[in-house]
Design a protein around this ligand. Structure first.
Ligand SMILES: [Zn+2]
Length: 499
């Protein structure tokens, strides 16, 4: 009996995880025969391997590629099984909540009622039950890393009653992560801000490299977000992704309301911008967790004002884990030492803050961002950097790509050029506005092919890599800001924050 109750508790948490983190999943279609992938602009072997749930080595081996960095646009790659030549088929999976009907779900996603029914082989609306997983067809997801569809272990009544996140208040509860295809323990550890060692121990893994898709891993030392009470009216359903926030990374909150409302919010003393769609009933907020945020539990305050007047603020307590960023030592050439100057840094940072603190309601980014350069990463986001033996220190607020001088830079998403300038530290620089408070920056370029005010398409070549400004050699430095706060851009390449 003890074993069965433990399993039940775990299933509840699993379901909670689904509602909160992966209220949609990616469906990958496996086709027979040999699959061929034609390399597109902006792709590298790493990104292609993610698309097919394979490793870089598996694709390199299948194609006799000795140097994985040396692939070219238009090149045809054999994709070993279980890949497919087709684009992965993508869809949103919706878990039916208490009170929902096929009509309300169709309205929620703005899809046709009959289409929704047909996609799920449902002939009558009476066939919809709480806890059921429905495929939402026709949702515009362009590209994502495929992963296995994992079903909740069952949809029994016990789990359904506990599936309402507002009822789960046990502070000792933890999070279960379901391993996706192509995911490593390192990636999972980064996602939750826990160490590989702690994950290995908590799950009694004999070999950390031997994890498999669908495996359930306990994430130690983290708690799901806690609601101070039942969600106030008129909120019907609320999802948080990811369930645990990490210093220097992004998060997203979505919720629906039964009537049109206006939403304001605050997290870590920073106002949150809400985007309301579906006639004021579907609300989304992107959240940046600034570098330097100390790990702990922090309230996210939301206020929902409806027809009955000003709403009452309510708090959701969210856990923030430290990012675990590293130390790095750099050496600048003598003629660049003049650029190590706090006043120069502050002046330039003021420009960036000013340009990247705006908010436009029209969004131009897709589910995932592409990569801006077809090159390996040379320095990750968040490293604490010491220059020339400690005469100066700062934090790396972007990701570096080791691309050679002259290599193309591609826009990872469509957007408007809001800065095209030459700066002291960042050299030839471009900033794109993607809407919803999301901006990306490209520093140290040799050439810039865009001008202030231009609208660029995803995948468009916007410049070339270089070493202008304060750089120790040619590379692309890429940044992503939300509402004036720099966060790790690589999270946006692998996690669907733009669904
Ligand atoms: Zn950099």
């Amino acid at each position: 009996m003890e074993r069965s109750s433990a399993r039940g508790g775990r299933a509840v948490l699993t379901l909670l995880f689904f509602i909160g983190v992966t209220s949609w999943h990616v469906l990958a279609q496996d086709g027979p025969g040999i699959a061929v992938h034609v390399v597109q602009r902006g792709e590298n072997l790493y990104r292609i391997s993610l698309q097919y749930g394979l490793t870089v080595d598996q694709i390199a081996d299948a194609n006799g590629i000795a140097n994985p960095d040396a692939i070219s646009v238009g090149q045809r790659l054999l994709i070993p099984s279980p890949g497919s030549a087709e684009e992965p088929i993508l869809a949103i999976i919706h878990i039916v909540q208490p009170g929902e009907t096929l009509e309300t779900i169709a309205a929620l996603y703005e899809v046709n009622l009959d289409t929704l029914g047909a996609a799920n082989r449902i002939t009558g609306t009476a066939e919809v039950y709480v806890g059921q997983t429905l495929i939402v067809p026709g949702t515009e997801i362009v590209s994502a890393a495929p992963s296995d569809v994992v079903e909740p272990s069952s949809t029994g009544a016990e789990e359904v009653s506990a599936a309402d996140a507002s009822e789960v208040r046990d502070p000792t509860s933890t999070i279960v992560h379901i391993v996706q295809r192509g995911e490593s323990l390192f990636e999972i550890s980064k996602k939750y801000g826990v160490s590989v060692n702690d994950l290995t121990q908590a799950n009694q893994l004999a070999d950390p490299s031997l994890i498999y898709p669908g495996q359930e891993l306990l994430i130690p030392g983290v708690s799901p977000p806690q609601y101070a009470g039942a969600l106030p009216q008129p909120i019907e359903r609320l999802t948080i992704m990811p369930l645990v926030f990490v210093e220097g990374r992004s998060a997203r909150v979505d919720f629906t309301t039964s009537e049109a409302v206006s939403v304001t919010g605050q997290f870590l003393d920073h106002p949150l911008h809400a985007i309301s769609q579906n006639n004021g009933r579907l609300h989304s907020m992107l959240i940046a967790v600034p570098l330097g945020t100390v790990g702990g539990i922090y309230p996210m305050t939301l206020t929902v004002a409806g027809s009955s007047g000003a709403g009452t603020p309510f708090d959701i307590n969210v856990q923030v884990n430290p990012g675990g960023y590293r130390q790095e030592s750099l050496t600048l050439a003598a003629d660049q030492l003049g650029l190590i100057d706090a006043a120069v840094d502050a002046a330039e940072m003021a420009i960036l803050r000013q340009v990247m603190s705006g908010f436009s309601a029209e969004r131009t980014f897709g589910t995932l961002l592409g990569l801006p350069a077809a090159a390996p990463l040379s320095s990750p986001f968040g490293n604490h950097r010491t220059y020339n033996g400690g005469i100066y220190e700062n934090t790396h607020t972007g990701t570096d790509f080791a691309a050679p001088a002259g290599a193309p830079i591609f826009a990872p998403a469509s957007g408007r050029v809001v800065l095209a300038d030459t700066l002291n530290v960042r050299g030839v620089a471009t900033i794109l506005d993607h809407g919803w408070g999301v901006y990306t920056g490209y520093w140290h370029q040799t050439e810039r092919y865009v001008s202030l005010g231009d609208f660029v398409e995803e995948g468009q070549m916007i410049g070339t890599v270089g070493s202008t400004g304060r750089a120790t050699g040619a590379h692309l430095h890429w940044e992503l800001w939300i509402d004036g706060v720099p966060v790790d851009p690589m999270q946006w390449v692998s996690e669907p924050l733009g669904y």
